[in-house]
Design a protein around this ligand. Sequence first.
Ligand code: DHB
Length: 304
Amino acid sequence: MQNSLATQVAGIRLRNPTILASGVLGISGSILRRIAEAGAGAVITKSLGLIPRAGYKNPTIVELEVGLLNAMGLPNPGAEEFLNEISIAKKGGAPLIASIFGSSLSEFSKVAEIVAKGGVDAIELNLSCPHVNTTGLILGQDANLVKELVKNVKRKVKIPVIAKLSSNVSSIAEIAKAAEEGGADAITAINTLRAMAIDINVKKPILANGIGGLSGPAIKPVGVRCVYEIYEAVKIPILGAGGVTAGKDAVEYILAGASAVQIGTAVVTRGIEVFKDVNEEVKEYMKENGYKEVSELVGQAHKA
Ligand code: DHB
């Protein structure tokens, strides 16, 4: 029996359901191209804003037993500067998604227009950076603002718009519904969790910013729960993110309701081979369980 890893999310055809998560490997066209060539079904940039941002002082990242903790402070060269990288990134043969952030609704729309004109295949709205207070999370915690924000961006661009949500809210399903009502084409769940690590010898937080975002295996059960709840609340597709390290993790997210998964921390801990490995393992699972298409698997954990 032939089985296929191809899947469709928000009108974008993916040759397989593994996507490079935002933030892990920056915005360099040549690196995004390499990730596509290593087997990712699509690649997402580090979040881009309207103007260049230096980010926080070091240390910005610390490896913990259960995952990574980071607070970079959204460093980026600005959306305009990124446009030179687009044609290079797309040589990898996978759809290119620009992650964007803004400090206001109008700034989000401006950045969206810039990257859309530059030729990216879709936009992911970072509504969920866990610690840069003027952006993302404050907007992303308010259902009405999320709806307005998505609506504004959708008015400005023709390409698919994906809303990346935080689990640091009382009801992620409610926020996902608001994004859907605003016209979002898909939801990404979840971003990193607000967290902290303290150096017990120095007796101070390790990260220069104090609070950071926790990613990796520790947050997978939270991500799976969020995807499960969102799947019951909306009709648009979901991209699962948070702790996908092996094929079994991807399958878990897909059974919860994700049409594809994003991989971030595991690219750091396992290397870029992770895309090929996860895909092979998902294919193996499908073969063993008699599935021909990824779509047959999506949301199966909801069946009575
Ligand atoms: C940063 C942004 C995020 O959205 C996130 O989840 C973690 C870190 C940052 O640039 O600091």
